[in-house]
Design a protein. Structure first.
Length: 142
């Protein structure tokens, strides 16, 4: 399988993020606007966490908290698992499965390059399998 840097190239380097002091409501608006399930949380140029729809449902909605008054820092996952651009998609899939997570920030040193999701990996696997099938069909027909 390919390195995650290839998946990031397909996305064009877009990095959507929230700040720790943002309201959860503002983060939800970004999630909705960009149609994503998670955002990296940045303090300046430093990664300080990840906030996801799952964080919202478990730490705000189910606890009866107010998303306009609660700050992202209060609900984000601060102990973030990360990968490098050279990490293979198979290793990412295994890590996501073992840790029951859906998003992995990609870092080069301390620099956040992007974030990949399980959907990115699944889309890549499907595309790879479709290409293999097409090649095999072409081989059989020739």
């Amino acid at each position: 399988m390919k390195p995650v840097s290839e998946l990031l190239k397909q996305r064009g380097g877009t990095l959507w993020h929230a700040r720790p002091d943002d309201s959860v409501f503002a983060a939800l608006e970004l999630l909705s606007q960009y149609e994503v399930g998670a955002l990296v949380v940045m303090s300046g140029a430093k990664l300080v966490g990840v906030v996801s729809e799952r964080d919202y449902t478990r730490k705000v909605a189910l606890q009866g908290r107010n998303s306009r008054e609660t700050r992202v820092a209060e609900i984000m996952t601060a102990q973030v698992l990360t990968v490098t651009p050279r990490t293979g998609t198979r290793a990412c899939m295994q890590l996501m499965s073992e840790r029951k997570i859906r998003h992995l920030p990609v870092l080069e040193g301390d620099t956040v390059l992007g974030m990949i999701s399980i959907r990115d990996i699944m889309d890549d696997i499907i595309a790879t399998h479709e290409a293999t099938i097409a090649q095999l069909e072409n081989y059989i027909q020739s």
